[in-house]
Design a protein around this ligand. Structure first.
Ligand SMILES: Cc1cc2nc3c(=O)[nH]c(=O)nc-3n(C[C@H](O)[C@H](O)[C@H](O)COP(=O)(O)OP(=O)(O)OC[C@H]3O[C@@H](n4cnc5c(N)ncnc54)[C@H](O)[C@@H]3O)c2cc1C
Length: 300
C-alpha cells in the first residue's frame, strides 16, 4: 500500500487528529473460543494514539457485508454506523491491534443478528485490507496520573479488558511509578481474554501487577490460587483488594445496559436488570470511591 493512499486526513483531522488509515491484517490470534486479536500492519509511520483510545470500523466497506448492511438499514430504518474497537496494542508496540468478541444472535433476546463482529472475529484472515478511523476516546490515564496516585485499579469484564490491557502494558513498559490491580470478571476460564499473556506480564512485574480473576460459572475456582474466586465482581471483592478507595485511580470497563434495552424498557415499563457496569459503579459509590477518580467505559 502506498504511503499517500494509506493516510487520509478527514476535514476535522487538524483539530482532532482523527485519520482514516488503510491497514492490513498481519496476523490473527485466537484468544478464546469467540474472541480474536487482529494485528494490523499500518506501514512504518509512528501512530499517534494513547492507551485506552479506540478506532472505528465501517462495516459497509466489506464486500461481504454491504448488501446485508443495506438490508438491516431498511429493516431498522436507520443507517448502520461504524463500530468502535478499543486498541489492544500499546504505543510502544510494533503492530496496532484490536481484539474482537463475536456477538451472537440470541432468539428472543437480540432483535437483529449482529453485523460486524462475527466477520472481524471469525472471517478476517491475514492479508485482509480495511480502513479504520482513529484514534480517540476519553478512557485514558490523566497526564498527571503519577502525581495523583501510585495504585491504579482496573475492574473489567469480558472484552472490557481490552483498553485496560493496553493501559497496563504501556504503563509497565514505560516504567511509570504505578502499580496495578486488575480485577477481571468472566464466566469461566475459557472466556478469559489474554489469560497467559496476563500471567506472563504479572511474572515479569510481580511487585507492580496483581491480577484477581472472578469466575461466575467456574465451580471451585478458588482452588486455582489465592487470587481466583468463584462468583461475580462484588462490592466485597473490590473492598478486599482496595481497602483505601481515596488513594487509587479506577478504570472500569465492560458490558452495560444498551441504549436499545433502555429504550425498550422505557416503552414497556419493565425494570432492566443491572449489568456489569451498573453493578460496579454502584459498588464504587457504596464504598465511597471519589467520583473524579473513577473512569469508565462501556460497550453496551
Ligand atoms: C468505545 C467502545 C469500544 C469498544 N471496544 C470493543 C472491543 O475492544 N472489542 C469488542 O469486541 N467490542 C468492542 N466494542 C463493541 C463494538 O463496538 C460493537 O458494538 C460490537 O462488536 C458489536 O457489533 P456488531 O456489528 O457485531 O453488532 P450490532 O449489529 O451492533 O448488534 C449488537 C446488538 O445490538 C442489537 N441492535 C443493533 N441495532 C439495533 C437496533 N436498531 N435496535 C435494537 N437493537 C439493536 C443487536 O440485536 C445486537 O444484540 C466497543 C464499543 C465501544 C462503544
Amino acid at each position: 500500500m502506498s504511503q499517500d493512499a494509506r493516510v487520509t486526513d478527514n476535514p476535522e483531522s487538524k483539530r482532532t487528529r482523527i485519520k482514516q488509515l488503510e491497514v492490513m491484517v498481519a496476523e490473527v490470534i485466537r484468544e478464546t473460543h469467540d474472541v480474536m486479536t487482529l494485528l494490523l500492519f499500518t506501514g512504518n509511520d509512528r501512530l499517534d494514539y494513547k492507551p485506552g483510545h479506540f478506532c472505528t470500523i465501517d462495516p459497509k466497506q466489506f464486500e461481504s457485508l454491504s448488501r446485508w448492511a443495506a438490508y438491516l438499514e431498511k429493516v431498522k430504518g436507520k443507517k448502520e454506523a461504524p463500530r468502535a474497537y478499543s486498541l489492544a496494542s500499546a504505543p510502544h508496540e510494533k503492530y496496532l491491534a484490536i481484539t474482537v468478541k463475536e456477538e451472537r444472535y440470541v432468539e428472543g433476546a437480540t432483535p437483529y443478528p449482529p453485523l460486524l463482529s462475527p466477520v472481524l472475529a471469525m472471517r478476517t484472515p491475514p492479508g485482509t485490507r480495511m480502513v479504520i478511523t482513529g484514534f480517540t476516546g476519553p478512557y485514558c490515564m490523566p497526564d498527571d496520573i503519577e502525581d495523583r496516585t501510585d495504585h491504579v485499579v482496573h475492574i473489567c469484564a469480558g472484552s472490557g479488558v481490552v483498553p485496560n490491557w493496553s493501559i497496563i502494558k504501556h504503563a509497565l513498559a514505560t516504567n511509570m511509578k504505578l502499580r496495578h490491580t486488575l480485577i477481571y470478571g468472566n464466566r469461566t476460564w475459557r472466556d478469559v481474554i489474554y489469560r497467559y499473556a496476563l500471567d506472563d506480564l504479572r511474572d515479569q512485574y510481580p511487585d507492580r501487577l496483581q491480577i484477581v480473576h472472578a469466575l461466575s460459572r467456574e465451580g471451585g475456582a478458588d482452588h486455582h490460587g489465592p487470587h481466583v474466586v468463584s462468583g461475580r465482581v462484588t462490592t466485597e471483592l473490590i473492598q478486599r483488594y482496595v481497602p483505601d478507595p481515596s488513594a487509587v485511580e479506577v478504570f472500569a470497563c465492560g458490558p452495560a445496559q444498551s441504549k436499545f434495552e433502555k429504550r425498550r424498557a422505557k416503552e414497556t415499563g419493565e425494570t432492566l436488570a443491572p449489568r456489569f457496569m451498573e453493578t460496579v459503579l454502584d459498588s464504587l459509590d457504596e464504598l465511597s470511591f471519589p467520583q473524579d477518580r473513577v473512569h469508565h467505559e462501556s460497550y453496551g
